[in-house]
Write a protein that binds this ligand. Structure first.
Ligand SMILES: Nc1ncnc2c1ncn2[C@@H]1O[C@H](COP(=O)(O)OP(=O)(O)OP(=O)(O)O)[C@@H](O)[C@H]1O
Ligand SMILES: [Mg+2]
Length: 302
């Protein structure tokens, strides 16, 4: 069963910005799905359309089989959303915030109270439980929103940059909560700029660029989109870039040169060449970040 499906989804904002250009995407039920893309790529637009907060210009979308335009009400009963720009209500405490939100969604007070205590503990918010949201730091406010959405136990969670602004330990607590939700059958659709996050917690990943879908699939499937397995990084002021193309695909990124290589033979040769030129070089296997930079960035930086 597909949890989220879009077919040729187009969004043109007033003023003519084409934020989505015929995006066809499909997300299986029960998985963690990460949508990646540069600032302005169209992630929030896509998420908001599928979460029935925004209408598409054309194309179709289905969430749990319901049409995003004609059956928005049915979808809203089954989803929870963390918007990108959003803050908790300042006049409520953390616990009240989560509890009242659950009660507004129809949960009895007892259950709402138990669930909010549980998520507050899971996200390491216990010491702030009775603190007014207005007194919280930015990251903690973000965590309150994460707590609210995750406590709903909704069938699908749309999380727009859920961990932006969170410290490394907090991010890991959020990852745990997300992965537990997925193990219990919920579908999590999230956007993120953290490649390590996408790599660690998602079952599938999509990359969007200027409103167009560049790639979608498991990490292994995405890695197969490029013949390259290894990369080398070299400071750009220490070598002539033309000398490097025989070793692989060369990309200049700021003051670094990156060489993507398909096999170890090429990396050995590049290694020997750099030693002979007394040039510092570091080698590493291709990560999601490399793939992202290669797919999205090469047209803009090369
Ligand atoms: N309300 C709006 N009116 C007009 N243009 C908009 C509106 N919202 C977004 N856009 C434009 O649509 C494009 C996609 O924006 P969107 O917010 O979906 O990107 P994003 O991938 O979420 O970026 P970020 O990583 O910065 O959050 C951008 O060019 C943006 O300027
Ligand atoms: Mg966004």
């Amino acid at each position: 069963m597909e949890a989220v499906v879009s077919e040729d989804l187009v969004k043109i904002y007033e003023g003519g910005v084409k934020a989505l250009d015929s995006v066809s995407l499909s997300v299986k039920s029960g998985i963690v799905f990460s949508l990646l893309g540069r600032n302005g790529a169209g992630k929030t637009t896509f998420l908001r359309i599928m979460a029935t907060q925004l209408l598409p210009t054309s194309g179709r979308g289905y969430v749990l089989g319901h049409d995003i335009v004609s059956e928005a009400g049915k979808i809203r009963e089954k989803i929870a959303v963390i918007p990108q720009e959003s803050r908790p209500m300042y006049i409520l405490t953390v616990k009240e915030h989560v509890k009242y939100f659950l009660m507004m969604r129809g949960l009895p007070m007892n259950e709402a109270s138990q669930r909010s205590s549980r998520i507050i503990r899971d996200l390491g918010l216990e010491e702030y439980s009775n603190m007014l949201c207005m007194k919280l730091s930015g990251g903690l406010r973000r965590k309150v929103l994460v707590a609210m959405a995750m406590a709903t136990e909704a069938e699908i969670l749309f999380l727009d940059e859920p961990t932006t602004g969170l410290d490394p330990l907090s991010r890991r607590l959020v990852w745990d909560v997300i992965q537990r939700a997925s193990m219990s059958g919920q579908t999590i659709f999230l956007t993120t700029h953290y490649m390590d996050e996408a790599e660690k917690i998602s079952n599938e990943i999509a990359i969007i660029h200027s409103g167009r879908l560049l790639a979608s699939g498991t990490l292994e499937e995405l890695k197969k989109l490029t013949p390259y397995k290894l990369k080398a990084e070299i400071p750009s002021d220490s070598i002539r870039i033309e000398e490097l193309s025989e070793y692989g695909r060369v990309l200049k990124l700021g003051r670094r040169i990156i060489v993507y290589m398909a096999d170890e033979e090429s990396s050995r040769k590049l290694h020997d060449y750099c030693i002979s030129m007394r040039t510092p070089v570091t080698f590493s296997p291709l990560s999601l970040e490399d793939l992202f930079i290669k797919l999205v960035g090469e047209n803009e930086y090369s």
